[in-house]
Design a binder for this molecule. Structure first.
Ligand SMILES: *Cc1c(COP(=O)(O)O)cnc(C)c1O
Length: 468
């Protein structure tokens, strides 16, 4: 038998275990994937499990699950834990509202709308703006693309695709662009991947040349996806210059800020997306730079009519009270929708906009610590640039893929690799705002100590004379 009070007590007990584990073993006990089902009993059975066994199994699951909140996790574009956001998310689970109607969500509707309103103001959108909370950055990009498609070809919504639409993004942009082109009926072959410059930023002149060529060929340029924080280098496409082009040719401009769009909160770094107010839509993931639990993605649209045009559908069984402004299902992709707003609101409310700015500024300060360390140490080679919280490097010319895998397999630290212009390197991300300068320096120390003890790591293959 179970009741909520005893389960919450169990929850607290397990969280205690987890927090202690995180301190003593910041990298989880790893289970080889080919031994997973033999190492831990994940089976579902006819009979109920007794409480004591259940608890110990949950404990095993907790300690073997990769720990993303610790000071040795640098693998992804999220990390750490903002406790006031955790609080909000736990409350959202208890409340279990669905965000489609005011009747079911009540004040949660206002919480979501207030985040959207303030975000729109920071971006510089006018009073006609609005937005929604999609399931993530990929879905935000998708919804933006659908709006762009419908803006260019309004009949598409009822009659299906009839025009030859083409869309544009940089070679360094997120892979969701490719999938989304297929989902939206535009087709993966109708994306133009525009070349990036030596720092990973889309080259506006190349974009315009491609648009001209497509127009000459009778195609219809429809959508440009600019990135604020590319996945590998954390580069910012020049939004202002791209907006000159999208305005000239009447093309929808979406700024994908899933990774680093949260710079809108920092007076110091906001200049990296200068011109964003000229875009038609903008998205950012609060679960990346702002550290809320996954997922928390915000899509803002300059003209809310377009969100409504593409996503509204009448449903008498659902929309029975209150106006459209309070029935958020009228502008969302899903029907039932999780409350992703409350966790962001509790964080924002408790630390203020100033606190959010400090989170962003701290991440860049940590990046500077890493940059300085790498630049002053000849064993390292740097591949990334200033104004990025992705620090890309190689150490002693060691194959970065082998290094990252070895660090993971030996439970030393969790970090990934990336590639740009033919080079592959370790990508170290200073996105965990709980980290201190000491944690960043500790990462390098841990890495160096490991390499010293594991001397047979492969070096990057140099061009051998036979191959030349
Ligand atoms: C992470 C990321 C996405 C995808 O966001 P999800 O929430 O993981 O779907 C899209 N674009 C960029 C630039 C990203 O960094």
């Amino acid at each position: 038998m179970s009741d909520i009070t005893s389960d919450l007590a169990l929850f607290n007990e397990l969280v205690e275990v987890l927090l202690n584990e995180e301190k003593s073993n910041p990298v989880a006990e790893r289970i080889d994937s080919d031994k997973l089902y033999d190492s831990i009993d994940l089976s579902l059975n006819d009979s109920a499990m007794v409480d004591g066994d259940f608890k110990s199994l949950l404990r095993d699951v907790l300690v073997t699950t990769p720990k993303t909140a610790t000071n040795l996790f640098f693998n992804q574009l999220f990390g750490g834990r903002q406790s006031k956001a955790i609080l909000g998310d736990l409350l959202a689970v208890m409340l279990n509202n669905s965000m489609y109607t005011y009747k079911v969500a009540g004040p949660q509707v206002g919480i979501e709308q207030e985040i959207i309103r303030q975000s729109c103001e920071m971006v510089g959108y006018g009073p006609e703006s609005n937005g929604t909370f999609p399931t993530g950055g990929s879905m935000s990009n998708y919804m933006a693309l659908v709006m762009a498609r419908d803006a260019k070809d309004p009949d598409c919504k009822s009659a299906g695709m009839s025009k030859q639409l083409v869309i544009y993004t940089s070679k360094e942009s997120h892979y969701s662009n490719s999938k989304n082109a297929s989902f939206a009926g535009i087709g993966r072959d109708n994306i133009r991947y525009i070349e990036a410059d030596s720092k990973g930023r889309m080259i506006p002149e190349k974009l315009e040349a491609q648009i001209k060529e497509d127009l000459n060929d009778g195609l219809i340029p429809t959508y440009v996806n600019a990135t604020a924080g590319t996945t590998v280098l954390g580069a910012f496409d020049p939004v202002d210059k791209i907006a000159d082009i999208t305005e000239k040719y009447n093309i929808w401009l979406h700024v994908d800020g899933a990774y680093c769009g949260s710079v809108i909160f920092s007076s110091k770094y906001k200049h990296l997306i200068a011109g964003v107010e000229r875009s038609n839509s903008f998205s950012y993931n609060a679960h990346k730079m702002l550290g809320t639990p996954l997922t928390c993605s915000i899509l803002l649209v300059k003209d809310k009519k377009q969100l409504h045009y593409s996503f509204n559908n009448e449903a008498d069984y659902l929309y029975q009270t209150d106006g459209d402004d309070f029935n958020l299902g009228k502008t969302s992709f899903q029907c039932g929708r999780r409350n992703d707003a409350l966790k962001f609101w509790t964080l924002w409310k408790s630390i203020g906009t100033i606190g959010l700015k400090q989170i962003i500024d701290h991440q860049f300060a940590l990046a500077d610590v890493a940059l300085e360390y790498i630049r002053s140490n000849p064993d390292y080679k740097l591949y990334s640039f200033d104004d990025s919280i992705s620090i890309c490097f190689n150490f002693k010319n060691i194959d970065p893929m082998a290094l990252c895998t070895a660090l993971y397999e030996h439970q030393i630290t969790v970090v990934g690799f990336g590639s740009f212009l033919g080079d592959t390197f370790v990508r170290f991300v200073t996105i965990n705002a709980n980290n201190t300068k000491q944690d960043i320096l500790n990462f390098f120390k841990v890495l160096e100590t490991f390499v010293e003890k594991a001397p047979n790591l492969n070096k990057i293959k140099e061009a051998t004379p036979e191959l030349i």
